[in-house]
Design a protein around this ligand. Structure first.
Ligand code: TYM
Length: 343
């Protein structure tokens, strides 16, 4: 991961991250998460990736859709370069230790901490009384996902920052309450030019699978023509592109498209602007569309190919779950010993 990240020498570098199978994958998930998951794996770091189906049911999911989305998400991980022979890849519900540690963390986390979580407030909306208890406790399960592996680094998009701060608070309080140095203080890894990919229709809103407007996002399953047309119609301003990143500071829509271009082409924003500075969007948008199609089409066709064989996907997830459990079970058992559970 990034240089200069300090962790206690007692904990070996281990990456964990998760994605909810609660809908289709977007370009935001790909650039903010999946692409970076493959990068971490390719650096030779131990990597554990999880489809968090138990988080998904904090809001009601149609059972058939949940099954399909979980398999499609697994296909998305693999098509994006996460190799089940080099990373552990599985779905959360197959490793009961996540839920077991989450209960312990429910007893560590404080009501006041949970009430401050902006994602709960956003998701529960005006009718918080009617939200599920699971949605309220969501961040404690997330902390358990990470800490049941003693993971040291968690690559995520910017929207998960507050949840990862809570994970650190839970680890710190547990260690303090029991007088141990047992759980690592995990580092969020929020790096690169695409940690917050914005809606194509509104530069002040995050690109999201739950946005009612399909034109606001690029789905990983969109075909080439759809991708090109969404980029063509993306909201922009009338000015030409600047030649330096600081020229984008008051131009959220322009900044978003340049960020996407930079992330897809593995360049910095300044490198991109060195090439395209001075051009109009009428020229830049087709360049971006070509790049997006070139990068995303192979992924979506590989996803479609993998989806033809769901039993193979299920076998991969079962094997990943066995590997994950082999790490999680002893850590949960040590946790139980620390807190005084008899065995
Ligand atoms: P989820 O499923 O909403 O999103 C999965 C990952 O995609 C990132 N992401 C984005 N990044 C950039 N721009 C966007 N527009 C964008 N939209 C989504 C998210 O930041 C995330 O990294 N709570 C988590 C799932 C989770 C988890 C965990 C993550 C459960 N347990 C443990 C890390 C570690 C979530 O709902 O992500």
């Amino acid at each position: 991961m990034s240089e200069g990240v300090q962790t206690s020498p007692a904990f070996k570098t281990r990456v964990f991250s998760g994605i909810q199978p609660s809908g289709g994958l977007t370009l935001g998930n790909y650039l903010g998460a999946l692409k970076r998951f493959a990068d971490a794996q390719n650096q030779g770091i131990e990597t554990i990736y999880c489809m968090v189906d138990m988080h998904a049911i904090t809001v009601w999911q149609d059972p058939a859709a949940l099954r399909r989305q979980t398999r499609e998400l697994a296909a998305g991980f693999i098509a994006s370069g996460v190799d089940p022979n080099r990373s552990i890849l599985f779905n959360q519900s197959q490793v009961a230790e996540h839920a077991q540690l989450a209960w312990v963390f429910n007893c560590v986390a404080r009501m006041g901490w949970m009430k401050r979580m902006t994602q709960f407030k956003d998701k529960a909306g005006k009718n918080a009384e009617n939200a599920s208890l699971g949605l309220f406790g969501y961040p404690a399960l997330m902390a358990a996902d990470i800490l049941v592996y003693h993971a040291t680094h968690v690559p995520v998009g910017e929207d998960q920052k507050q949840h990862l701060e809570l994970t650190r608070d839970i680890a710190t309080k547990f260690n303090h309450d029991y007088g141990v140095d047992f759980f690592p203080i995990t580092e969020p890894v929020i790096e690169g030019t695409a940690t917050r990919v914005m809606s194509l229709r509104d530069g002040s809103k995050k690109m999201s699978k739950s946005d009612p407007s399909d034109a606001s996002r690029i789905n990983m399953t969109d075909d080439a023509e759809t991708i090109a047309s969404k980029i063509r119609k993306a909201r922009t301003d009338p000015d030409a592109l600047p030649s330096e990143a600081k020229g984008l500071s008051e131009r959220p829509e322009a900044r978003n498209l340049v960020n996407i271009y930079a992330a897809l082409s593995d360049q910095t924003v300044d490198e991109v602007l060195r090439d395209v500075g001075g051009r109009q969007f009428s020229e830049f948008k087709p360049m971006l569309a070509d790049l997006a199609v070139a990068k995303l089409s192979p992924i979506s066709s590989e996803m479609a190919r993998l989806m033809q064989n769901p039993t193979e996907i299920d076998a991969i997830l079962r094997k990943g779950a066995d590997q994950a459990r082999a790490i999680a079970a002893p850590i949960l058992q040590q946790t139980y010993d620390i807190i005084g559970m008899v065995r």
